[in-house]
Structure formats: structure tokens, C-alpha cells
Ligand binder design. Structure first.
Ligand code: SAM
Length: 222
């Protein structure tokens, strides 16, 4: 077993399963994605730390546990079409792609889009498509989605996401101002179109920047 394989197994046991997320398909998904391939060589030695890490364009790769919590809360399963807003390195999208049928991951920084796209090709994640754009507007051309998850914190759930979600679909998004307390929120669209919101606890994310999110300065865009 290589050092990274050992560290990955330990990360799954101690950071994910030990915290109560023990669905075998979730753990298998983390087992098959090499997090060290999604960060620069300088940070590879920290790939399985219990924390976010810096990536290009001044952004971060999410903490593995938060990725697991989001996947679990969104009840991502086989056959699902998932939109991830905030593709960053592409790590979460790759993990989601091990469970879901199809993943569209949108990112606003062109540099990150290029790097994540190259990784998907190199590592063979053919069911993950990385696209560039303002994810607060969703990605209408592939809608509707079973699940929309966000890796950046908004002020509210964008209207476009509600419109692009299938009946029975789930949105998991952190809500709250940058630098202040944020809550991970799950919104379920019932078959009759009514929305149910649940609060899943405190989190800390970078801001969701865009037309239906925050301005670059961190103030509310609308
Ligand atoms: N899921 C990522 C990963 O596994 O590496 C981590 C993403 S990082 C915590 C959040 C990302 O959201 C950043 O890369 C940021 O540029 C992106 N972001 C923020 N607002 C966005 C928007 N409106 N549309 C697309 N991406 C956005």
C-alpha cells in the first residue's frame, strides 16, 4: 500500500466514518479519488489533513468531511444528475461523480476551470464536466438537476437554482455573510413544487460571488 493510499484510508476512518458518515458508497467514493492530485505539489504532503488547503486563484479545496457531509445531506445516489457550484480544484465533483450518474461543476475562475478540466481528463472521470461561469445562475443548458450543491456561501438560495431543480430534488448550500456565522441549509422541492428548508449546522465557506450572490467586495449583490 502506498503512503497516500494509507493516508487516504486513515482520513476516511477518522475524519468521515468516525463522525457518523458511514454509507459504504460514500466511503468507496472517497477511497477512489486521490486528493493529492487536486492540489499543488507544495501541499501534497498535507493532502489528507482534516482541513481545507490553498489552491490556485486564491481559493481553497474543501475539507474532506465537509464534502462528505454535503453529499450525505443531499442524498446523492446512483442515477442522479448533479450541479456543483464552485468546482475549485474539481475534487468534490470527482467524488460526487463516483456516486452520481452525471456531474456538471461550474467555476468562475478560468484558471481553476482549466486545471480541473485537465485533471478530469487525466484521471479518467468521464462523467464530470467542468464549465466556466457564474454559478449563481445555475447552468440552464443541462437542467433540470436532481441535486444542486454549493461549495461557497450565499446570502440566499438563488431563484435560478429553484427553477433548475427537479420535483423531489435537493439543494445543499451554506448561507450567511462572508466572515460571519454561516449555516449549511438543505432545501427539498416536494413533488408538488413546495419547498422545505432544514438547517444542518454551522460551517465556514468562501463567498458565493455573482449576480444572485455577493459582489466581489463581499457585500450583497441583491
Ligand atoms: N469544491 C471545491 C473543491 O473540491 O476543490 C472547493 C471550492 S472552493 C471552497 C469554492 C469555489 O467557489 C471557489 O473556487 C470559488 O471561485 C467558487 N465560486 C464562488 N462563487 C462562484 C460562482 N458564482 N460561480 C462559480 N464558482 C464560484
Amino acid at each position: 500500500m502506498s503512503d497516500f493510499t494509507m493516508l487516504r484510508e486513515r482520513m476516511i476512518d477518522r475524519q468521515i466514518a468516525a463522525r457518523g458518515l458511514d454509507d459504504p458508497k460514500l466511503l468507496a467514493a472517497f477511497r477512489s479519488v486521490p486528493r493529492e492530485e487536486f492540489i499543488s505539489r507544495d501541499y501534497a504532503g498535507y493532502a489528507y489533513e482534516d482541513s481545507p488547503l490553498p489552491i490556485e486563484s486564491g481559493q481553497t479545496i474543501s475539507q474532506p468531511y465537509i464534502v462528505a457531509l454535503t453529499i450525505d445531506a443531499a442524498e446523492i445516489g446512483p442515477g442522479d444528475k448533479v450541479l456543483e457550484v464552485g468546482a475549485g480544484s474539481g475534487y468534490a465533483a470527482a467524488v460526487i461523480g463516483q456516486i452520481a450518474d452525471q456531474v456538471i461543476a461550474i467555476e468562475r475562475h478560468a484558471e481553476l476551470v482549466r486545471l480541473a478540466h485537465d485533471r478530469m481528463r487525466r484521471l479518467g472521470y468521464a462523467n464530470v464536466r467542468i464549465v466556466e461561469g457564474d454559478g449563481t445562475l445555475g447552468w440552464p443548458e443541462e437542467a433540470p438537476y436532481d441535486v444542486i450543491v454549493a461549495a461557497a456561501s450565499g446570502s440566499h438560495v438563488p431563484k435560478s437554482w429553484l427553477a433548475q431543480l427537479k420535483p423531489g430534488g435537493r439543494i445543499v448550500v451554506p448561507l450567511g455573510d462572508p466572515g460571519s456565522a454561516q449555516t449549511l441549509v438543505k432545501v427539498t422541492k416536494r413533488e408538488d413544487g413546495t419547498l422545505v428548508q432544514e438547517n444542518l449546522g454551522g460551517v465556514r465557506f468562501v463567498p458565493l460571488i455573482g449576480k444572485e450572490g455577493f459582489r466581489d467586495s463581499g457585500s450583497a449583490a441583491q
